[in-house]
Design a protein around this ligand. Structure first.
Ligand code: AMP
Length: 514
């Protein structure tokens, strides 16, 4: 059984139902989707691609994205999703490392000929039309069923963002992703066949993976006409089709909330456009989620995971976010919630000994969503997987009820004058200062202190910020040693395609300046 069987099942049960949309236009029923993916699979096999081989997908969000993923799985191939923002040289490095011979690309992100490939298919070309053309009608009978693979076989070779050194290929199996999909129903949200997921965030990442639970439920999947995040378009799309679910990094949530506030929309209006917004992938600050709930109402669920255990670590459920009467409501809002159903989670010291509630250590995860290891990298695999536990590199603490609060990535921790400082804590405080829109705190090397705290601050439109006022704000709220020694006022923060602030780029700027 593989992920391809999920599509076969829907194509048998509901061949005529709408499955895929591009904007408001239907691009495939379940029958058509399966027939195209099966036809693609047959042609890939005829072209000499064998089960287990890797196929790169280097595309912006596109109506054919899911047909290609499922075509590859139907043929028993391993998909290598590539972030559409990567430089061609980075993609070529991945092609070489993954030993991939074929790639599906969109012309806007890929140069005409990436090195190392036998075939590069532009999904908007006649060649792609021919590969995906289903036999007359859309009868599945003309095509073979999915290639049988073991659930332990690889489905998804996901290259991590690699903030230090080369990216690593995270090996995820059909079982990993099947478990991830089923977990959604218990820990994130119920999905009905009339539901809609919109893929506005990059499909090479979490949003694309959420295609799996939505296919399991026979729901519709929409790629916005723009292919990306345009808040006005998304609100309108929801009004036209019915309330949408989506996965969004906190920066995207912020843009949706800003739009709703600027357009004077009520939470009822927001409910007409959005059913559920799952957020995660980077820290959501307390001030931001409080505002999001106020402006858009209770349509949020948080997840914490990482490429190595995709979308599954903890979840902060809708009812936890809504439970304002709970005595520890604010702490919970600032947490990432409790362990999701298929995993155990603990916080440990550097020797792997579990720490009691309240103590800070590294977050360890064990369960069926955890990767099989890093591709052709036994050394890194042995470092991340120890005694069956995934060492996430995230630092946090559990409370007595099992809620996990993240402090930072272990490498983002800053040590100033011998004291540990978690940038996240300082960021949370600065975000409550009037006029502050965004902030990122990093350490700068310092002869006297080892490191000093530096805050990069983006002002709200029209706001006038000054360092003295921010310093006074911090002095009222956190220990003196934690407050920034330096403020840098900037127009925007550098972010990757997934909305994560690139702290390495900020540290680099500081090094260059000194
Ligand atoms: P990636 O492997 O690119 O998905 O990045 C995963 C990392 O993003 C995690 O290890 C965390 O450091 C961070 N992350 C993911 N979800 C959250 C969340 N809900 N809150 C804070 N940080 C998160």
């Amino acid at each position: 059984m593989t992920l391809a069987h999920l599509l076969l099942r829907q194509a048998l049960v509901a061949p005529e139902r709408t499955a895929l949309l591009h904007g408001t236009r239907v691009s495939a029923t379940f029958g058509q989707w399966a027939a195209r993916s099966a036809a693609l699979a047959r042609r890939l096999r005829q072209a000499g691609l064998h089960p287990g081989e890797r196929v790169v997908v280097f595309m912006r969000n596109h109506p054919r994205y899911l047909e290609i993923l499922w075509g590859a799985w139907w043929a028993g191939l391993v998909v290598v999703p590539v972030n559409a923002k990567l430089h061609p040289a980075e993609v070529e490095w991945i092609i070489d490392d993954a030993q991939a011979r074929w790639a599906f690309v969109t012309g806007d992100v890929a140069p005409p000929a990436l090195r190392g490939l036998q075939q590069q298919i532009d999904v908007d070309s006649a060649a792609a039309d021919a590969l995906l053309a289903a036999p007359a009608g859309h009868a599945m009978g003309a095509e073979e069923g999915p290639v049988d693979r073991d659930p332990q076989d690889l489905a998804w070779l996901f290259y991590t963002s690699g903030t230090t050194g080369r990216p690593k290929g995270v090996m995820l199996t059909h079982r990993n992703l099947m478990t991830m999909g089923l977990t959604y129903f218990n820990d994130v949200d119920a999905i009905g066949a009339d539901d809609l997921i919109v893929h506005a965030a990059p499909m090479s990442h979490g949003c694309g993976l959420y295609a799996i639970p939505h296919l399991m439920a026979g729901a519709r999947q929409v790629v916005p006409a723009s292919g990306g995040v345009d808040p006005a378009e998304l609100f309108e799309l929801g009004r036209a089709l019915g309330p949408l679910s989506t996965f969004a990094a906190p920066t995207i949530v912020k843009r949706l909330v800003d739009h709703a506030a600027a357009a004077g929309l009520t939470p009822q209006d927001a409910a007409a456009s959005f059913k559920t917004i799952v957020y995660g992938g980077a820290p959501m600050y307390l001030a931001d989620i409080e505002r999001a709930l106020r402006v858009m109402g209770p349509r949020f669920v948080q997840i914490y995971g990482q490429g190595e255990t995709p979308m599954v670590g903890t979840a902060l459920a809708r009812h936890h976010l809504a439970d304002a009467d709970h005595p520890r409501h604010l702490e919970r809002l600032g947490s990432v919630g409790v362990a999701q159903t298929p995993v155990q989670l603990r916080v440990a010291d550097e020797r792997g000994r579990s720490l009691p509630p309240g103590e800070i250590g590294e977050v360890l995860v064990r369960g069926d969503t955890v990767m099989a290891g890093y591709w052709r990298n036994p050394e890194a695999s042995a470092g991340a997987l120890r005694d069956g536990w995934l060492w996430t590199g995230d630092v946090g603490s559990l409370d007595g009820d099992g809620f996990l609060t993240l402090k930072d990535r272990s490498k983002d921790l800053l040590i100033s004058g011998g004291s540990n400082i978690y940038p996240r804590e300082v960021e949370e405080v600065l975000l409550t200062a009037p006029g502050v829109a965004e902030v990122a705190v990093v350490g700068a090397p310092d002869a006297e202190w080892g490191e000093v705290v530096v805050a990069f601050v983006v002002a709200r439109a029209g706001a006038d910020l000054d360092a003295a006022a921010l310093d006074a704000h911090c002095l009222d709220r956190i220990a003196r040693f934690k407050r920034p020694k330096q403020y840098r006022f900037v127009d925007s923060l550098p972010k990757n395609n997934y909305g994560k602030v690139l702290k390495t780029a900020l540290r680099q700027r500081l090094r260059e300046a000194s």
